[in-house]
Design a protein around this ligand. Structure first.
Ligand code: TLP
Length: 353
């Protein structure tokens, strides 16, 4: 019996390593990275720093760990961190910003993920004995909960001016920064120029099994390295993680435009279906978020109906579905997904009356 093909649109984190990555792991030159002696890790960190136009980089186990280490390296306990109200750090990192870093998150609302410099200015309130000291501004690029939207170099520069004027640091959660660069058709350096430091993930659309990089000045990375050790993230022969990371940075960036094309096709296809509402303007990279309230179906049932067709996806919020394209998703999967959603709509007789 043939098993049904699974179309996994839950996240680009589900991507599996390529054959070339597995080969690179097999042949990686290894050493003890806590002693700074893993040549493959050293090579990856050097490459990442060069690509981002910063002095140094540090390999860590995950995006969440990268954000936590960066928050801690940029601040002191008790300080205030300005971030976007839908940001990953605020929503999905188990409150590590407060629980472990001891910081007060100060969330600001935005339309599509980019902080308004005027709101940032206002949040950096005048000195007052009652307020914690503001220390850091965080941006997220691309912005996950806003649907993979891009913060442009101009927007980043405007926020950085507010940061600079008040002596605050600017940090970027660039988990999917290469998606932004590829979509804008710019060198990634244009997106990193105006931030003090950042992190990006290897384990999302770049197809690596594990790993993220924290990038910034030498001094910042030294602090980050020590904090990684405190958090139990010092790894030994981590070259087996770094080796596919090098393949990713050298070979996997160009293909992201395929994912963006597929996301656009998916969005345009489902936008025509009765009961579905998609904001096409937000479909800028590899995510498609859409509102199913017009179908009049419970979220769980919608997910279940797709699952029966072999299509896996997730809810971002009540009635809001998120689908993410990646290397495991091809054009025919997009067409199958559009057809499956159309069938659900027809079954429910949406639009007939
Ligand atoms: N995002 C995951 C889930 O956690 C929601 C996903 O499927 O999108 N920053 C951003 C912007 C992210 O999207 C993620 C992961 C992280 C940080 C954390 O990375 P990991 O999962 O490696 O800890």
């Amino acid at each position: 019996m043939r098993t049904k093909e699974i179309i996994d649109l839950r996240s680009d984190t589900v991507t599996l390593p390529t054959e070339e990555m597995l080969e690179a792991i097999r042949h990686a030159e290894l050493g003890d990275d806590v002693f700074g002696e893993d040549p493959t890790v050293n090579r990856l960190e050097k490459l990442a720093a060069e690509m981002m136009n910063k002095e140094a980089a540090l390999l860590v186990s995950s995006g969440t760990q990268a954000n936590l280490i960066s928050l801690m390296s940029n601040t002191k306990r008790g300080e205030l961190v300005i971030l976007e109200s839908e940001s990953h750090i605020y929503w999905y990192e188990v409150g590590g910003i407060s629980m472990i870093a001891g910081l007060l998150p100060w969330p600001l609302k935005s339309h599509t993920g980019a902080l308004d410099p005027k709101d940032v200015e206002a949040a950096i309130s005048p000195k007052n004995i009652h307020f914690p000291e503001p220390a850091l501004i965080c941006i997220e690029n691309t912005h996950n909960r806003h649907g993979g939207t891009i913060i442009t170099p101009e927007q980043i520069r405007a926020i950085s001016e507010a940061a600079l004027a008040h002596g605050l640091k600017l940090y970027m959660d660039g988990a999917r920064i290469f998606n932004a660069a590829v979509s804008l058709n710019v060198d990634v350096k244009e997106l990193t120029d105006h931030v003090d430091n950042l992190m990006f993930c290897l384990s999302k659309s770049l197809s690596c099994p594990i790993g993220s990089l924290v990038v910034g000045t030498q001094e910042f990375i030294e602090k980050a390295r020590k904090l990684r050790k405190v958090l139990g993230g010092g790894m030994r022969q981590a070259g087996i993680i770094a080796a596919p990371g090098i393949v990713a940075l050298e070979k996997m960036i160009g293909r992201l435009k395929e994912d963006h094309k597929n996301a656009k096709r998916l969005a345009e296809g489902i936008a025509k279906i009765d009961g579905i509402n998609v904001d096409l303007g937000r479909v800028q990279t590899n995510m498609v978020c859409f509102d199913i309230s017009g179908l009049g179906i419970a979220d769980d049932l919608f997910l279940l109906k797709l699952k029966k067709e072999g299509i896996l996806t997730l809810m971002l919020a009540e009635n809001i579905v998120r689908m993410v394209t990646h290397r495991g998703i091809e054009k025919n999967h997009i067409e199958k997904t559009i057809a499956a959603i159309e069938n659900i709509s027809n079954e429910l007789h949406v639009g007939l009356n």
